[in-house]
Design a protein around this ligand. Structure first.
Ligand code: INI
Length: 168
């Protein structure tokens, strides 16, 4: 079974965590839908409304800067990064896509706050919209689900005593 064929994986418990959702306004006809998918997943997983903060940035290039600044506040357990690059309309597609991916990776590594990647890179508008629909394949939802899992993992890794044995 390929990823994306199955029904939505069950969401973890988000009730004990705080999240930032960093959203690029560029291609907002897609990123609004990614944001809505992410917020719906967090709510469904039990996150309190006051524990979720949406941070808008102009474009995907600015996502890592805002994600890093959010992480440095110490207010968040995980950060969901959402954006959309469409190759046909973007001569410097590769530069921005790489800057976003590398920047988010570096920001997560250097701040110690998990960040998840919901930045679409597609050839066409249609492909982007397919990944931002109402169903389980919404990439904003997927990024939120990963953020819940990572927040939970980091909380358990930070716990002073952990039972011995192999973790799945
Ligand atoms: N930003 C995006 O998020 N997606 C795009 O497709 C895009 N295009 O087409 O250029 C884009 N550009 C803006 C960029 O991210 C910065 O906001 C801009 O260069 C200012 O720093």
């Amino acid at each position: 079974m390929r990823q994306g064929d199955e029904a939505a994986a069950p969401l973890g418990d988000a009730s004990r965590f705080r999240f930032a959702v960093v959203v690029s306004r560029f291609n907002a006809f897609v990123t609004d839908r990614l944001r809505d998918g992410a917020l719906a997943a967090l709510r469904e997983a039990g996150a309190r409304d006051e524990a979720v903060e949406v941070i808008d940035v102009p474009g995907a290039f600015e996502i890592p800067q805002a994600a890093r600044a959010a992480a440095e506040t110490g207010r968040f357990d995980a950060i969901v990064c959402l954006g959309c690059l469409i190759r046909g309309a973007t001569p410097h597609f590769e530069y921005i896509a790489l800057a976003a991916a590398h920047g988010i990776t570096a920001a997560a590594g250097e701040t110690g706050i998990p960040m998840t990647f919901g930045v679409l890179t597609t050839e066409t508008r249609e492909q982007a919209l397919e990944r931002a629909g109402d169903g389980p394949d919404n990439k904003g939802r997927e990024a939120a689900a990963a953020a819940i899992d990572m927040a939970s993992l980091f909380r358990s890794l930070a716990a002073p005593s952990r039972p011995p044995g192999i973790r799945a």
